[in-house]
Design a binder for this molecule. Structure first.
Ligand code: MN
Length: 417
């Protein structure tokens, strides 16, 4: 498949990808829907104004919205038809090449990206067996790292959508209750153990009805796509507060997502077998078909005015609980999912030390500093550190990437009196 647009060969945004996002430019301050292609954005309002979708049966108002929700709510079948048409528009024989080149494209370098969706409810899973084991050992009991339920259900907690922000938004080091040195009494302090969590978030397209359960096989039609997700975490706040009901202020101060939503259809070629689950799971969680995705991931830390160092390389395919099982479990009690809901995977860690998706694991809870370029070291994040996560799938010279999600830790917020 060859586009008339010059797409660099290593681009995340190949003609096979076509992720959706929301952008503005200096001249166009009202948010618009676009599709990333190479180093450009194809503007979908322009495409609609040119009537490129004239023969397709759906409400064209979705292209004038300022987020992707109404587009996503059309459902997977219609989203696939729209995406296929966008692919045709970008191919040589479509016939409007000059017009599109002149009026339909915006350079990504000249655009500002915004939250692509109005996020509904946010659920954070805990689906990597390596991560759950590593954290269980450090926070609780080295001999019983996994609680008895872990291999029987995808553990999760309900998070908070208000503090999820677009890549490039920076935040101040959070404050809260942490334990003092005696390990018994709390003090009020800025966190001394600020961390990242490497995750992928599923974005729900179609809503389900209250009382209905979504099966493993149906689950795929409720998914619009995926983004990279950094679930920034304050480990000292988390450690003191999390029992018995799970994470709260140690997690909800800030989260970051990547701007381009990679559709489930773009990731179809990258489906792989899931890890074997032992003991066997209950019937509603039983796997059939290829449910994991082969997505390479990396995390880099860039101190202020320094070069970045990659501190983690992992792969989404190793997740013990996959997205289909997460959705089946989430709805098995009749809980409904809505358009724009975001289900994060949980920290993605592999089995070796360079594949751990958090500093908690990489530095063994602060005991073993990790090496960065120019003789810098880190246990947890320092002020003005930038964290950059990247993700991409690649097979048979087809590349489908997420771009990146990045954010910088600012120092503690100074209150003016
Ligand atoms: Mn998390």
């Amino acid at each position: 498949m060859q586009s008339y647009i010059n797409i660099p060969p290593n681009s995340d945004f190949s003609i096979h990808n076509l992720p959706f996002g929301i952008y503005t430019t200096e001249n166009e301050l009202v948010k618009r829907i676009g599709v990333a292609v190479g180093e450009h954005i194809l503007d979908l309002q322009f495409c609609q104004n040119m009537d490129f979708f004239y023969d397709l049966d759906f409400d064209k108002k979705v292209f004038y919205a300022q987020n992707l929700n109404s587009l996503m709510a059309l459902g997977r079948a219609t989203n696939r038809i729209i995406r296929n048409r966008i692919q045709e528009i970008l191919l040589e024989d479509f016939g409007f090449e000059g017009l599109i080149q002149d009026y339909g494209l915006v350079k990504q370098s000249e655009a500002t990206m915004h939250l692509p969706i109005q996020i509904g409810d946010y659920t954070d899973f805990y689906s990597s067996i390596e991560h759950a084991t590593n954290v269980g050992k450090m926070f609780r009991d080295p001999d019983n790292a996994l609680l008895p339920n872990w291999r029987h259900l995808p553990v999760a907690y309900h998070g908070r959508a208000s503090s999820i922000h677009i890549s490039g938004t920076n935040f101040h080091r959070p404050k809260g209750q942490i334990l003092s040195e005696d390990n018994k009494t709390p003090i009020f302090s800025a966190t001394k153990a600020l961390d990242f969590e490497l995750e992928i978030a599923t974005i729900i397209g179609s809503s389900s009805k209250i009382g209905e359960s979504i099966s493993i096989s149906e689950s795929q039609d409720y998914i619009f796509g995926f983004v990279l997700f950094n679930d920034w975490s304050a480990r000292d706040i988390q450690r003191w507060e999390y029992q018995p009901l799970g994470p709260f202020l140690g997690k909800n101060f800030f989260s970051s997502i990547s701007p381009w939503v990679v559709t489930i259809d773009a990731l179809e070629p990258f489906r792989v077998e899931s890890p074997i689950q032992n003991p066997p799971v209950l019937d509603y969680l039983k796997l059939e078909g290829l449910r994991n995705f082969d997505i390479h991931l990396s995390v880099a830390i860039q101190p202020e005015n320094e070069e970045e160092t990659i501190v983690c390389r992992a792969n989404f395919k190793e997740m013990y609980w996959n997205v289909a099982q997460q959705i089946a479990h989430h709805t098995v009690n009749g809980c409904n999912l809505n358009t724009g809901d975001l289900l994060a995977s949980g920290t993605i860690s592999g089995s070796e030390s360079g594949t751990y998706g958090s500093l908690l694991e990489l530095s063994e809870n602060g005991k073993k500093p990790i090496q960065l370029a120019n003789n810098q070291t880190r246990t947890f994040l320092e002020d003005n550190d930038t964290v950059i996560m990247r993700g991409w799938a690649e097979k048979d010279e087809v590349r489908v990437g997420f771009g990146e999600v990045k954010g910088k830790v600012l120092g503690i917020r100074i209150e003016l009196v």
